[in-house]
Design a protein around this ligand. Structure first.
Ligand code: ZN
Ligand code: MN
Length: 171
């Protein structure tokens, strides 16, 4: 979604985040994509328009925006956070092969609720459902028998072949 400056100003105000040019550029780039980029990927995206921006600024800003609730972190593994500019209620399909993350909009999932016994006293504020599997191109790569495709990358803990892949890299 391409955002107008008015809308960006309104959102930063609503979440009480001080707006700067660079923050606006970072937030706009993230809000414009559904690819759930990592901080590094987002840095490369923003750098195309703002060549002077530093990697540190992008990392720091993502932390500020995340803490304010303006963006959300999507965890697919332990060593590489992925970011989502869409903070409305939605869910994700996560590929164990290539790490792609695809949005799932589903009213039935949105309505999921725990019984009070299951909630164990929690005041539940929100939920997000994650479906793990293999995307179409990773399924195809597995069928083609390519040894390096369609296997869980090492950053996914408990991935099917994560350990094997890691060993491979080291040798
Ligand atoms: Zn995939
Ligand atoms: Mn998403």
């Amino acid at each position: 979604m391409i955002l107008h400056l008015n809308e960006i100003e309104a959102r930063f105000r609503r979440y009480a985040v001080r707006l700067t040019r660079q923050r606006a550029a970072i937030y706009t780039a993230l809000a414009a994509t559904t690819s759930h980029p990592s901080a590094d990927e987002l840095y490369r995206m923003v750098k195309r328009r703002q060549p002077m921006i530093s990697r540190n600024t992008v990392y720091y800003t993502l932390g500020v925006l995340r803490n304010a609730g303006l963006v959300r972190e999507v965890n697919v593994g332990h060593d590489m956070a992925r970011y989502d500019g869409n903070v409305s209620l939605h869910h994700h399909l996560i590929c164990l092969g290539c790490g792609s993350i695809v949005d799932v909009m589903d009213d039935e999932l949105n309505r999921l609720q725990l019984s009070s016994a299951q909630a164990k006293g929690f005041d539940v504020l929100r939920h997000r459902v994650e479906f793990y599997g293999y995307c179409v191109s990773c399924q195809q790569a597995r069928l083609d028998g390519s040894p390096h495709h369609g296997q869980a990358p090492s950053f996914i803990e408990g991935g099917k072949h994560g350990k094997q892949l890691k060993g491979h890299k080291e040798s």
